[in-house]
Ligand binder design. Structure first.
Ligand code: ADP
Ligand code: 5GP
Length: 184
């Protein structure tokens, strides 16, 4: 039996999803963050098994064939997926947060209608671009691709249960916390 809620957080790259989730986990230590699998190479500061499980294309394909993903999607030339067994195990002990793209989130909602979908939106486009540039983790051409995709992602907001604007970080985190309280 599941004890926790499945909270799915999406939003354009650079909007602040990771920052919000980290803050939320500090406030709710009983919740856990699902660790996704990806074929993307690790960034300098990323650790395998902590930020992602970094898999080869071959291993990722094998997991797809075995039905090992709750959802997966191709994104910026790489695959990303949520390992199903990991999530089911974590749900037994508390809330589980998925930080995944809109295509994956909508797949989750289909197989788990009880999942709560939260879209994080920027106050405006310029703020999104400044945050992406300020993070200094992607080259300019990759940033341009991510900004281009933002409209697609935000366009799916009406399919989400909640939309939160990440302007003042503390307020945005408080709003996600309030959603979890309410849904529990
Ligand atoms: P995402 O996970 O959505 O790609 P990040 O969490 O990496 O985004 O945030 C992108 C950048 O924006 C980071 O440098 C982060 O510190 C900054 N950031 C996040 N939220 C805010 C906020 N409310 N105000 C100002 N900067 C923010
Ligand atoms: P990044 O490469 O910046 O870590 O992530 C790129 C995008 O992949 C983000 O929009 C992030 O939400 C999404 N993502 C991360 N993990 C998963 C996952 O397991 N499934 C899906 N569908 N998207 C994911």
């Amino acid at each position: 039996m599941s004890k926790g809620k499945l909270l799915v957080i999406s939003g354009p790259s650079g909007v602040g999803k990771g920052t919000i989730v980290m803050e939320l986990l500090k406030r709710r230590p009983q919740a856990s963050l699902s660790i996704s699998c990806t074929t993307r190479p690790p960034r300098e500061c990323e650790v395998d098994g902590v930020n992602y499980f970094f898999l080869s294309w071959e291993k990722f394909g094998q997991m797809i064939e075995e039905g090992g993903f709750l959802e997966y999607s191709k994104h910026f030339d790489n695959y990303y997926g949520t390992p199903a067994s990991f999530v089911e195990e974590k749900l037994k002990s508390g809330d589980v947060i998925l930080e995944i793209d809109v295509d994956g989130a909508l797949q989750v909602k289909k197989v788990k209608p009880e999942a709560v979908l939260v879209m994080i939106a920027p106050p405006d486009r310029q703020t999104l671009v400044s945050r992406l540039c300020g993070r200094h983790t992607e080259p300019e051409d990759v940033i341009a691709k991510r900004v281009e995709r933002a409209d697609y992602e935000l366009g799916k907001s009406p399919l989400y249960d909640y939309v939160i604007i990440n302007d003042v970080l503390d307020e945005a985190v408080g709003e996600v916390e309030a959603i979890l309280e309410k849904e529990n």
